[in-house]
Ligand binder design. Structure first.
Ligand code: PLP
Length: 366
């Protein structure tokens, strides 16, 4: 039996009918911009994550750019980013005309390394840093990152594109961030029916600027206090997310259960599966296994031959992307991002994966 890497077609009972009905209603009323669906989504996001503001926008990349611009990051400013992340993190820094410095990751939690971050802050005096919460958890040193950044006047933006639903020390990972960003790309744990994103913050000034920048720098309909762009969240996407949120806890639980089952079984097979650090409850976004490079190649072949999907997240460090060379200001630390890119393999993990699909993956690995 073939098993896909992800399958997003496993709608909860009633969700697809409710969505079809919603599309009909919104179309009949030509309710395509803003309106109650967007307000209701923002209200749910801020309540569920205990932030003062939740501001919908067009996608997760824009969310980072909005958070950077709202923190007054621009031309000539240095911004630290992890050397292992989705390219959008680096891209966002360049798109606001700032200069990215990559910082290597930690081998245990696979997030930006805290000691190297401190070293980079001392050496480069960056105006901002983007800490990315990858794979469904975050850094073991999250509290230390926030504290050190504050003490050293570094504006810490948290790219939480992958971390919807993650808790840290019993609270939403987004709650105590200066600003954090979300992607609702369909494959995320909370996915939309297209592109969408959000910025969460409890800072009044940041919230006001994000709202305005994402709507052409508007102060009134034809009064533009700054140069922003159009990054409004689409009403249809907000409506889909409102429906999906009703099922979010069971969807996430199903992912979490599979993530745990992988860890339990793979450890008895001597396959290393990375676990979230202490203090975290993961959202089950990705399974992360680590292999010797040559063995990974063998595994890829076996899985491919058996029709079992897998991911390599990510296949190379950010600093080694062709597009980085014109913009990267410096690279701090060693080769852990490179090591990860050569050893990581992600097994199928998606909501409502069946026992037989899971068993199929395990038997292929055996
Ligand atoms: C870590 C990270 N940052 C940023 C993004 C960009 O989000 P989007 O695709 O919604 O622009 C993504 C996801 O695609 C991501 O995984």
């Amino acid at each position: 039996m073939a098993v896909p890497f992800i399958d997003l077609k496993r709608f909860e009972p009633g969700l697809q009918d409710a969505w079809n009905q919603k599309v009909k209603e919104l179309s009949a009323n030509t309710q395509f911009m803003g309106g109650p669906e967007v307000n209701s989504l923002e209200e749910t996001l801020l309540k569920d994550n205990q932030t003062k503001y939740a501001l919908g926008c067009a996608n997760g990349t824009d969310a980072i750019q909005l958070a950077l611009r709202a923190s007054e990051i621009g031309r000539g400013d240095t911004v630290l980013v992890p050397d292992s992340t989705f390219w959008a993190t680096f891209e966002a820094v360049v798109n606001v005309s700032a200069d990215p410095v990559t910082v290597d990751i930690n081998r245990n939690d696979l997030q930006m390394d805290y000691d190297l971050f401190c070293e980079a802050v001392t050496k480069f005096k960056p105006k901002a840093a983007i800490l990315v919460h990858l794979y469904g958890w975050g850094s073991a040193k999250l509290s230390d990152f926030r504290k050190f950044a504050k003490e050293n006047n570094v504006l810490l933006i948290e790219d939480g594109a992958q971390s919807y639903g993650v808790t840290y020390k019993g609270e939403s990972i987004y709650k105590n961030a200066l600003s954090s960003t979300i992607s609702f790309y369909p494959a995320k744990v909370l996915g939309a029916a297209g592109d969408a994103g959000a910025v969460l913050t409890s800072n009044d000034a940041i919230a006001e600027k994000v709202r305005s920048l994402g709507n052409h720098g508007r102060e009134a309909h034809y009064a533009h206090g700054s140069v922003g762009w159009n990054s409004r969240i689409d009403t249809m996407q907000a409506a889909y997310l409102n429906l999906a949120l009703k099922h979010f806890s069971s969807r996430m639980k199903s992912r979490q259960d599979t993530a745990k089952k992988y860890r339990d079984i793979l450890s008895s097979m001597n396959i290393m599966t990375v676990a979230p650090p202490e203090g975290y409850v993961e959202n089950g976004y990705l399974n992360v296994t680590i292999h010797e490079a040559s063995r990974r190649e063998e595994l890829k072949k076996i899985l491919g031959d058996k029709g079992i999907g897998f991911g390599i997240v990510y296949p190379g460090p950010v600093s080694e992307q062709k597009g980085a060379s014109d913009y990267i200001k410096a690279k701090v630390g060693g080769e852990n991002a490179k090591w990860l890119s050569e050893s990581v393999l992600n097994l199928p993990l998606f909501p409502y994966m069946t026992d037989s699909e899971f068993d199929e993956v395990i038997s292929a690995l055996k």
